[in-house]
Ligand binder design. Sequence first.
Ligand code: FAD
Length: 345
Amino acid sequence: MIYDAAIIGAGLSGLSAARQLAAQGLDVVIVEKSLGTGGRAATRRLELPEGGHVSVDHGAQFFTARDPLFRQQVAGWLDRGVCFEWSSGFHTWDGASLLSPDDRWKEPRFACHSGMSALGRDLAEGLQIIRGFRVVSVDRNGEEWVLHPMGENSMESIRARTIFCSAPVPQSLELTGRYISEDQRRLLGLLSYGPCLAVMALYKDKKHHPSWKGVQVRNPGSSLSWMAWDSTRRDREHLADAAVFHSSVDFASRSGLDSADGKQLAASEMLRDAARIGGEWIEHPSQTSVHFWRYAIPLGEGVERGFLRSEENPELYFIGDGLQGGRIEGAWLSGFKATQDYLLS
Ligand SMILES: Cc1cc2nc3c(=O)[nH]c(=O)nc-3n(C[C@H](O)[C@H](O)[C@H](O)COP(=O)(O)OP(=O)(O)OC[C@H]3O[C@@H](n4cnc5c(N)ncnc54)[C@H](O)[C@@H]3O)c2cc1C
């Protein structure tokens, strides 16, 4: 079978693109290397030694809805209880004191009671998604694209007339960079991402009630960029309270984070810095888990249209947060805008 369109990646940009195409009656398939959906809008289930679990958001923490198109999408999610308004602003740590949310930056910040992965699950509803399909190479064969999976024996290659690559741009370039012009390659080559180390911490004693939901850490030199009291996003009692700490890009860029020991050492340093901000108890969680995001946050503004269409092979699109200025909103919009372009052409 030849699909009208194949999408590499079931993150929010890929899912948003697939939804628009499927709504027009096109044959669309998404291939996703992991077993889940939602990409970096991710929730981890931490199993407790005594049984039970706690869910923690270790990727995206919240999202805004500034663009009118995305606001419509969010209105639907709010109606159906997929997300809720978690906060209108966050505390700030300036290196010396914890400042209350500033009214100048007040705007709705949304999260999901069951975890941010709810967004991907919702968008994935009814779509054809092949999970565990890591694209390792892409060929152009006449009028069609062929996507080859890792471990050729277990899965068949996918054939499609148009493809949308939604992996972080450096990874998409490895797969399809040779099908765009030199100028476009140079443009995409400028898009870079910062890494992030995420530390999830559980507190079983459940006796701490911080005044903050989230803290933006603004002092240069701190290991941290963000901390959140994850439990304030849940709508039911968990067996333990949970917090999540995100490193700064500089801290996550240092060497040594590729080993488990290196990550644990870095996590201890982050918890020490967090304790200085939120209280000594933060440094003594009952359980921790660590995740390293190599391509966490785009560092630039993206490209003019929020997606890129190959000049040499117009049936090839690059989409994702990196092309549209980052964030969940940017990812969703990038997928949406690219498919509008495709449907109009
Ligand atoms: C630590 C962290 C904190 C963040 N905080 C926020 C926040 O508070 N607010 C906010 O709005 N945004 C935040 N973000 C950013 C937000 O998560 C992203 O902007 C958004 O989720 C990106 O969606 P995407 O579809 O562009 O990419 P992704 O979510 O990365 O999706 C790409 C998908 O492609 C798949 N893939 C990659 N390569 C292949 C391959 N070869 N074959 C098959 N599949 C492949 C991946 O598995 C993934 O599912 C944060 C991100 C991180 C990591």
